[in-house]
Write a protein that binds this ligand. Structure first.
Ligand SMILES: Nc1ncnc2c1ncn2[C@@H]1O[C@H](COP(=O)(O)OP(=O)(O)O)[C@@H](O)[C@H]1O
Ligand SMILES: O=P(O)(O)OC[C@H](O)CO
Length: 488
């Protein structure tokens, strides 16, 4: 049987999923990942824990499925920086997570030198701490001896995919795929190679960098499992692939820790005028594929905060019942700018706020407003995307996935705000599915991407029920709340 093992290393947790050739899930294993917040605005992960949790999940899922996998696909939280010693295979420091804002001042100084337009032209990204380059620079400047050792070629940099690939191949392969490389600020998305100009701007030695390859194809052998690793993509690009959104104009929104709305733009790089990112989509061969992306930093994470910060619920799955215990948010607006604000605002300095409180406000109103904030942020990104692509290409439906897409209240409110159907597929582990499909193509299990369209199956379509007048009024209320936060 041609089973495929997907390793999905997300921000909140590591997961391993075994899929059958028909895309059915055969087994899942999951481990929550410890979040370290050493200072306000700093977010770190232990790369050792990432590896150990991920390999434990892989073993557990394989043993539950009771089949042999034909290939392994890796998909991962993107941008997060791991720096390790090539000889010992040990990380030099905790991984700096994509949500970490410690390099905000450095980004500002680069902006002040007028570098942003050129960086944007080459990378499709912005000068924001979100991306890898300034984080890697911080490690080189702050870990004793790191820069000298990097220049001597003793160290390796990788996003989480590279780190897992290195560990799975016992240090034999140091590589990444174009979709992950395109999130670093060091990769020229047009030429498809690391850029010496960008390496110069950020002060990064080339000797640190992995080789960049297409997302499908054999990267190396996973010694323990005796099978090839034949697919790698950043989690958002993998989800786009797993949603069978392979044609220009097709889009999806993933509701995980953050929310990431991506639209495929085919072999053309569409440069945004609306605060969106241009990025590489998963590519099967040397031909580049592009997407337009709106990245929201805090999506499902606001629910984690209700659980761990406010202790309003014991499990994320309880939030819907709490929110439904009130008819509406009672005028409460929640702007969860815990890690600054991403697209389309790009304000790393913004802080979160809960507005509109009265004596009658309860945890339930706050929970409802928190869920609504996920949909409001996604609606702002979708509006930017529609403005970017023009009337002819406006989105007419939205495919969704990710942990928080299980929440019916959130999905219905999303459809209401957008005024278009929100389509949830049967497999909401779309990120893992995308990685498995890429691995399947890379290992020759599937002859081509044409076989993938048939795997996508609808679970539920959420049709808009709110009047457009009411939706517009709610969106205007959101805009006012964001303006207040940005002015604070
Ligand atoms: N029923 C739910 N309603 C709202 N949010 C949820 C629900 N279940 C999980 N979440 C949120 O979804 C996120 C986990 O989604 P997942 O796709 O696993 O994320 P990641 O890939 O970032 O680790 C968490 O932030 C969690 O709080
Ligand atoms: O871990 P997720 O699913 O929230 O995804 C994180 C993104 O890749 C960050 O860009």
């Amino acid at each position: 049987m041609d089973a495929l093992l997907a390793l999905d290393q997300g921000t909140s947790s590591s997961r391993a999923v075994v899929f059958g050739r028909d895309g059915r899930m055969l087994a899942v294993a999951q481990r929550e990942l410890t979040q370290h917040f050493p200072q306000p605005g700093w977010v770190e992960h232990d790369a050792g824990e990432i590896w150990e949790g991920q390999i434990a999940c892989a073993r557990e899922a394989m043993s539950k499925a009771g089949v042999k996998a034909a290939a392994i696909g890796i998909t991962n939280q993107r941008e997060t920086v791991v720096l390790w010693d090539r000889k010992m295979g040990e990380p030099l420091h905790k991984a700096l997570v994509w949500q970490d804002r410690r390099t905000a001042a450095f980004c500002e100084s680069l902006k002040a030198q007028g570098l942003e337009p050129r960086v944007r032209e080459l990378t499709g990204l912005l000068l924001d701490p979100y991306f890898s380059a300034t984080k890697l620079r911080w490690l080189l400047d702050n870990v004793a001896g790191a820069r000298e050792r990097a220049e001597r070629g003793e160290l390796a940099f990788g996003t989480v995919d590279s780190w897992l690939l290195w560990k799975l191949t016992d240090g034999a392969v140091h590589a990444t795929d174009a979709s992950n490389a395109s999130r670093t600020l060091l990769f020229d998305i047009h030429r498809g190679d690391w850029s010496d100009e960008l390496l110069g701007i950020f002060g990064i030695p080339r000797a640190l960098l992995p080789e960049v390859r297409p997302s499908a194809g054999v990267f190396g052998q996973a010694a323990e499992f005796g099978v090839p690793i034949s697919g790698i993509a950043g989690d958002q690009q993998a989800a786009l692939f797993g949603q069978a959104a392979l044609q220009p104009g097709q889009a999806k929104n993933t509701y995980g820790t953050g929310c990431f709305l991506l639209m495929h733009t085919g072999t053309q790089a569409h440069m945004s005028t609306q605060g969106l990112l241009t990025t590489r989509a998963a590519q099967l061969d040397a031909l580049p594929q592009y997407a337009l992306e709106g990245s929201v930093f805090v999506g499902g994470a606001v629910v984690q905060w209700l659980r761990d910060g406010l202790h309003a619920v014991q499990a994320s799955s309880e939030v819907q019942a709490l929110a439904l215990s009130v008819p509406d948010a009672g005028g409460v607006m929640f702007v969860p700018a815990f890690a600054g604000l991403g697209a389309p605002y790009w304000r790393p300095d913004a802080r979160g706020a809960i507005l509109g409180l009265t004596r009658g406000s309860t945890q339930a109103h706050i929970a409802r407003a928190a869920l609504e904030s996920i949909a409001f942020q996604s609606a702002a990104v979708l509006a930017a995307m529609n403005a970017d692509v023009g009337a002819a290409e406006r989105l007419t439906e939205l495919r969704v996935d990710g942990g928080a897409s299980a929440n019916d209240l959130l999905m219905q409110f999303q459809a209401d705000l957008l005024g278009i159907p929100v389509l949830r597929p049967q497999v909401i582990e779309t990120t893992a599915l995308g990685a498995a499909l890429l691995a399947g193509i890379g290992a020759g299990v599937y002859a081509s991407a044409d076989e993938i369209g048939a795997i996508w199956q609808l679970d539920r379509a959420f049709e808009p029920r709110m009047s457009r007048d009411e939706a517009e009024a709610r969106l205007a209320q959101w805009d006012r709340a964001v303006r207040q936060v940005l002015a604070a």
